[in-house]
Write a protein that binds this ligand. Sequence first.
Ligand SMILES: [Zn+2]
Ligand SMILES: [Zn+2]
Length: 305
Amino acid sequence: MPIPDPRDTLSHALPDQAGGDQFHLAGARAVIATMHGKERVIAPLLTEALGLDCVVPGAFDTDRFGTFTREIERTGTQLDAARAKIAAAFEHEPHTRVAIASEGSFGPHPWIPFAPLGRELVLLVDRQTGLEITGHDATIDTHFAHRVVDGPAAAFAFAERMQFPEHGLIVMGCRGDQPAPDIALWKGIVAADALDRAVREAVARCGAAFIETDMRAHFNPTRMQAIERATVDLVRRFRSRCPACAYPGFDVTERVPGLPCEWCGEPTQVIKAEVLSCAACGHRVARSVAERPTADPGLCNQCNP
Ligand SMILES: [Zn+2]
Ligand SMILES: [Zn+2]
Protein backbone atom coordinates (compact mmCIF):
# COMPACT_ATOMS: atom_id res chain seq x y z
CA MET A 1 0.00 0.00 0.00
CA PRO A 2 1.70 3.21 -1.12
CA ILE A 3 2.11 6.01 1.37
CA PRO A 4 1.78 9.41 -0.29
CA ASP A 5 4.33 12.12 0.31
CA PRO A 6 3.12 13.98 3.43
CA ARG A 7 3.39 17.41 1.89
CA ASP A 8 1.35 16.34 -1.15
CA THR A 9 -1.32 15.01 1.14
CA LEU A 10 -1.45 18.20 3.15
CA SER A 11 -1.52 20.47 0.13
CA HIS A 12 -5.08 19.31 -0.56
CA ALA A 13 -5.95 20.85 2.80
CA LEU A 14 -9.26 19.08 3.14
CA PRO A 15 -10.38 17.57 6.42
CA ASP A 16 -10.84 13.81 6.10
CA GLN A 17 -14.19 13.05 4.52
CA ALA A 18 -15.50 9.86 5.99
CA GLY A 19 -19.12 9.41 6.88
CA GLY A 20 -19.64 7.02 9.79
CA ASP A 21 -15.94 6.63 10.40
CA GLN A 22 -15.39 6.41 14.16
CA PHE A 23 -11.90 7.92 13.78
CA HIS A 24 -13.22 10.95 11.90
CA LEU A 25 -12.07 13.97 13.91
CA ALA A 26 -13.51 16.93 11.99
CA GLY A 27 -15.07 19.37 14.43
CA ALA A 28 -13.69 17.58 17.51
CA ARG A 29 -12.26 19.73 20.28
CA ALA A 30 -8.52 19.17 20.75
CA VAL A 31 -6.36 20.50 23.54
CA ILE A 32 -2.71 21.18 22.73
CA ALA A 33 -0.62 20.51 25.83
CA THR A 34 1.98 23.17 25.28
CA MET A 35 3.13 26.43 26.73
CA HIS A 36 6.02 27.33 24.49
CA GLY A 37 4.13 28.53 21.46
CA LYS A 38 4.26 25.15 19.71
CA GLU A 39 0.58 25.53 18.88
CA ARG A 40 1.68 28.10 16.28
CA VAL A 41 2.87 25.24 14.05
CA ILE A 42 0.76 22.35 15.39
CA ALA A 43 -2.71 23.92 15.42
CA PRO A 44 -2.91 25.18 11.80
CA LEU A 45 -1.76 21.82 10.43
CA LEU A 46 -4.21 19.77 12.48
CA THR A 47 -7.06 22.16 11.82
CA GLU A 48 -6.43 22.09 8.10
CA ALA A 49 -5.69 18.39 7.72
CA LEU A 50 -7.94 16.76 10.32
CA GLY A 51 -10.54 19.46 10.95
CA LEU A 52 -9.73 19.64 14.67
CA ASP A 53 -10.89 22.57 16.74
CA CYS A 54 -7.65 23.30 18.65
CA VAL A 55 -7.44 25.07 22.00
CA VAL A 56 -4.49 25.83 24.24
CA PRO A 57 -5.20 25.56 27.95
CA GLY A 58 -4.63 28.70 29.97
CA ALA A 59 -2.06 28.49 32.78
CA PHE A 60 -0.83 25.06 31.77
CA ASP A 61 2.67 24.43 33.09
CA THR A 62 4.49 21.80 31.00
CA ASP A 63 7.84 22.64 32.64
CA ARG A 64 6.95 20.40 35.56
CA PHE A 65 7.43 17.47 33.16
CA GLY A 66 11.10 18.36 32.72
CA THR A 67 13.00 21.24 31.20
CA PHE A 68 15.98 21.61 28.92
CA THR A 69 17.66 23.96 31.36
CA ARG A 70 18.25 21.27 33.99
CA GLU A 71 16.17 22.76 36.80
CA ILE A 72 13.80 19.79 36.51
CA GLU A 73 15.22 16.52 35.24
CA ARG A 74 12.97 14.64 32.80
CA THR A 75 12.23 11.04 33.70
CA GLY A 76 11.25 8.18 31.39
CA THR A 77 11.18 8.09 27.60
CA GLN A 78 10.09 10.83 25.24
CA LEU A 79 6.80 8.97 24.68
CA ASP A 80 6.23 8.64 28.47
CA ALA A 81 6.75 12.38 28.83
CA ALA A 82 4.29 13.18 26.02
CA ARG A 83 1.71 10.80 27.53
CA ALA A 84 2.07 12.48 30.94
CA LYS A 85 1.44 15.89 29.34
CA ILE A 86 -1.64 14.50 27.57
CA ALA A 87 -3.04 13.01 30.80
CA ALA A 88 -2.60 16.38 32.49
CA ALA A 89 -4.23 18.19 29.56
CA PHE A 90 -7.30 15.89 29.68
CA GLU A 91 -7.56 16.53 33.41
CA HIS A 92 -7.37 20.24 32.74
CA GLU A 93 -9.97 20.07 29.91
CA PRO A 94 -12.33 17.24 30.92
CA HIS A 95 -14.78 17.66 28.03
CA THR A 96 -12.18 17.53 25.29
CA ARG A 97 -12.05 14.48 23.03
CA VAL A 98 -8.50 14.84 21.65
CA ALA A 99 -5.20 15.94 23.18
CA ILE A 100 -1.86 16.63 21.49
CA ALA A 101 1.55 16.94 23.10
CA SER A 102 5.05 17.36 21.78
CA GLU A 103 8.36 16.38 23.28
CA GLY A 104 11.90 17.02 22.05
CA SER A 105 15.18 15.42 22.94
CA PHE A 106 18.71 16.48 22.08
CA GLY A 107 21.90 14.54 22.50
CA PRO A 108 24.89 13.00 20.76
CA HIS A 109 24.17 11.31 17.44
CA PRO A 110 24.39 7.50 17.84
CA TRP A 111 26.91 7.10 15.04
CA ILE A 112 28.04 10.48 13.68
CA PRO A 113 30.87 11.70 15.96
CA PHE A 114 30.42 15.16 17.51
CA ALA A 115 27.06 15.71 15.79
CA PRO A 116 24.06 16.45 17.96
CA LEU A 117 20.83 14.69 17.06
CA GLY A 118 17.47 16.32 17.66
CA ARG A 119 14.37 14.17 17.90
CA GLU A 120 10.86 15.55 17.99
CA LEU A 121 7.82 13.51 18.88
CA VAL A 122 4.24 14.71 18.49
CA LEU A 123 1.54 12.53 20.06
CA LEU A 124 -2.21 12.64 19.45
CA VAL A 125 -4.64 10.76 21.68
CA ASP A 126 -8.36 10.37 20.93
CA ARG A 127 -10.00 9.23 24.14
CA GLN A 128 -13.28 8.37 22.44
CA THR A 129 -11.65 5.58 20.41
CA GLY A 130 -8.44 5.04 22.42
CA LEU A 131 -6.42 5.85 19.30
CA GLU A 132 -2.83 6.95 19.89
CA ILE A 133 -0.83 8.25 16.90
CA THR A 134 2.71 9.61 16.89
CA GLY A 135 4.65 11.72 14.41
CA HIS A 136 8.44 11.90 14.36
CA ASP A 137 11.30 14.00 13.11
CA ALA A 138 15.02 13.40 13.52
CA THR A 139 17.64 15.86 12.35
CA ILE A 140 21.25 16.88 12.85
CA ASP A 141 20.27 20.47 12.04
CA THR A 142 19.45 21.18 15.69
CA HIS A 143 20.90 24.46 16.85
CA PHE A 144 21.88 22.59 20.00
CA ALA A 145 25.25 23.73 21.32
CA HIS A 146 27.01 25.10 24.38
CA ARG A 147 30.32 26.72 25.29
CA VAL A 148 32.25 27.89 28.32
CA VAL A 149 33.31 31.50 27.74
CA ASP A 150 35.59 33.83 29.68
CA GLY A 151 33.86 37.07 28.71
CA PRO A 152 31.46 38.89 26.37
CA ALA A 153 33.74 38.71 23.28
CA ALA A 154 33.73 34.90 23.24
CA ALA A 155 30.03 34.89 24.11
CA PHE A 156 29.15 37.10 21.15
CA ALA A 157 31.27 34.99 18.78
CA PHE A 158 29.27 31.93 19.88
CA ALA A 159 26.01 33.90 19.68
CA GLU A 160 26.69 34.90 16.09
CA ARG A 161 27.29 31.29 15.03
CA MET A 162 24.03 30.33 16.75
CA GLN A 163 22.03 32.92 14.81
CA PHE A 164 21.35 35.08 17.83
CA PRO A 165 19.01 36.88 18.42
CA GLU A 166 16.52 34.96 16.19
CA HIS A 167 17.56 31.99 18.35
CA GLY A 168 17.55 32.68 22.10
CA LEU A 169 20.40 31.84 24.48
CA ILE A 170 20.79 30.72 28.08
CA VAL A 171 23.63 31.86 30.33
CA MET A 172 24.50 29.96 33.49
CA GLY A 173 27.11 29.91 36.18
CA CYS A 174 29.96 27.46 35.83
CA ARG A 175 31.79 24.95 38.04
CA GLY A 176 34.93 23.82 36.25
CA ASP A 177 33.55 23.44 32.73
CA GLN A 178 30.18 22.16 33.95
CA PRO A 179 26.98 24.24 33.96
CA ALA A 180 25.83 25.45 37.38
CA PRO A 181 22.29 26.85 37.05
CA ASP A 182 22.05 26.86 40.85
CA ILE A 183 24.64 29.66 40.99
CA ALA A 184 23.15 31.82 38.23
CA LEU A 185 20.67 31.31 35.39
CA TRP A 186 19.30 33.61 32.70
CA LYS A 187 16.93 32.06 30.13
CA GLY A 188 15.42 33.31 26.90
CA ILE A 189 18.07 35.93 26.18
CA VAL A 190 17.31 37.64 22.85
CA ALA A 191 18.98 41.05 23.28
CA ALA A 192 22.66 41.95 23.09
CA ASP A 193 22.66 44.05 26.27
CA ALA A 194 21.00 41.25 28.25
CA LEU A 195 23.59 38.76 26.95
CA ASP A 196 26.42 41.11 27.83
CA ARG A 197 25.08 41.68 31.38
CA ALA A 198 24.46 37.97 32.05
CA VAL A 199 27.92 36.91 30.84
CA ARG A 200 29.69 39.62 32.89
CA GLU A 201 27.71 38.66 35.99
CA ALA A 202 28.41 34.92 35.58
CA VAL A 203 32.12 35.56 34.96
CA ALA A 204 32.26 37.82 38.03
CA ARG A 205 30.74 35.07 40.17
CA CYS A 206 32.33 31.95 38.65
CA GLY A 207 35.35 33.07 36.61
CA ALA A 208 33.58 31.84 33.45
CA ALA A 209 30.11 31.60 31.99
CA PHE A 210 28.34 28.55 30.56
CA ILE A 211 26.36 29.61 27.52
CA GLU A 212 23.98 27.42 25.53
CA THR A 213 21.20 27.59 22.98
CA ASP A 214 17.71 27.93 24.43
CA MET A 215 15.92 24.84 23.12
CA ARG A 216 12.42 25.95 24.10
CA ALA A 217 10.45 26.11 20.86
CA HIS A 218 9.47 29.77 21.07
CA PHE A 219 13.16 30.73 21.34
CA ASN A 220 14.33 28.32 18.66
CA PRO A 221 12.87 28.64 15.15
CA THR A 222 14.99 25.69 13.96
CA ARG A 223 13.29 23.48 16.54
CA MET A 224 9.88 24.92 15.67
CA GLN A 225 10.40 23.73 12.08
CA ALA A 226 11.28 20.24 13.33
CA ILE A 227 8.05 20.15 15.37
CA GLU A 228 6.17 21.17 12.24
CA ARG A 229 7.74 18.28 10.29
CA ALA A 230 6.84 15.86 13.10
CA THR A 231 3.23 17.12 12.93
CA VAL A 232 3.16 16.56 9.16
CA ASP A 233 4.40 13.02 9.85
CA LEU A 234 1.61 12.54 12.41
CA VAL A 235 -1.02 13.55 9.85
CA ARG A 236 0.51 11.20 7.27
CA ARG A 237 0.34 8.30 9.73
CA PHE A 238 -3.17 9.19 10.86
CA ARG A 239 -4.33 9.05 7.25
CA SER A 240 -2.62 5.77 6.51
CA ARG A 241 -5.35 3.21 7.21
CA CYS A 242 -5.00 -0.53 7.65
CA PRO A 243 -6.24 -2.23 4.44
CA ALA A 244 -7.85 -4.99 6.55
CA CYS A 245 -9.62 -3.09 9.35
CA ALA A 246 -9.25 0.64 8.49
CA TYR A 247 -7.50 1.46 11.79
CA PRO A 248 -5.33 4.58 11.42
CA GLY A 249 -1.56 4.52 11.72
CA PHE A 250 -0.76 1.72 9.27
CA ASP A 251 2.96 2.32 8.84
CA VAL A 252 6.44 0.86 8.62
CA THR A 253 7.35 -1.10 11.74
CA GLU A 254 10.23 -3.17 10.42
CA ARG A 255 12.99 -2.93 7.81
CA VAL A 256 14.31 -6.17 6.40
CA PRO A 257 17.98 -6.41 5.32
CA GLY A 258 19.29 -9.04 2.91
CA LEU A 259 19.37 -7.57 -0.61
CA PRO A 260 21.57 -10.04 -2.57
CA CYS A 261 25.05 -8.97 -3.67
CA GLU A 262 25.39 -8.20 -7.38
CA TRP A 263 28.55 -10.38 -7.70
CA CYS A 264 28.14 -13.34 -5.35
CA GLY A 265 24.42 -13.36 -4.65
CA GLU A 266 24.88 -13.62 -0.88
CA PRO A 267 22.53 -11.54 1.28
CA THR A 268 23.96 -8.16 2.40
CA GLN A 269 22.94 -5.78 5.17
CA VAL A 270 21.26 -3.55 2.55
CA ILE A 271 17.51 -3.15 3.22
CA LYS A 272 15.45 -5.11 0.69
CA ALA A 273 11.95 -4.62 2.08
CA GLU A 274 9.93 -2.88 4.74
CA VAL A 275 6.96 -4.21 6.61
CA LEU A 276 3.92 -2.12 7.42
CA SER A 277 1.70 -3.34 10.21
CA CYS A 278 -1.54 -2.53 11.98
CA ALA A 279 -1.53 -1.82 15.73
CA ALA A 280 -5.16 -2.99 16.02
CA CYS A 281 -5.47 -6.24 14.04
CA GLY A 282 -1.84 -7.15 13.34
CA HIS A 283 -2.31 -7.19 9.54
CA ARG A 284 1.09 -6.98 7.80
CA VAL A 285 2.14 -5.95 4.30
CA ALA A 286 5.74 -6.26 3.05
CA ARG A 287 6.90 -4.09 0.20
CA SER A 288 10.17 -3.93 -1.68
CA VAL A 289 12.15 -0.75 -1.16
CA ALA A 290 15.34 -1.50 -3.08
CA GLU A 291 15.84 0.65 -6.17
CA ARG A 292 17.86 -2.15 -7.80
CA PRO A 293 17.43 -5.94 -7.62
CA THR A 294 20.96 -6.40 -6.23
CA ALA A 295 23.31 -4.65 -3.81
CA ASP A 296 26.60 -2.92 -4.59
CA PRO A 297 29.42 -5.49 -4.02
CA GLY A 298 31.19 -2.76 -2.02
CA LEU A 299 28.56 -3.35 0.68
CA CYS A 300 28.96 -7.15 0.65
CA ASN A 301 30.82 -8.87 3.50
CA GLN A 302 31.96 -11.67 1.15
CA CYS A 303 33.24 -9.52 -1.72
CA ASN A 304 34.44 -6.53 0.33
CA PRO A 305 35.17 -7.84 3.81
ZN1 LIG B 1 -5.90 -3.56 10.98
ZN1 LIG C 1 29.22 -10.38 -2.72
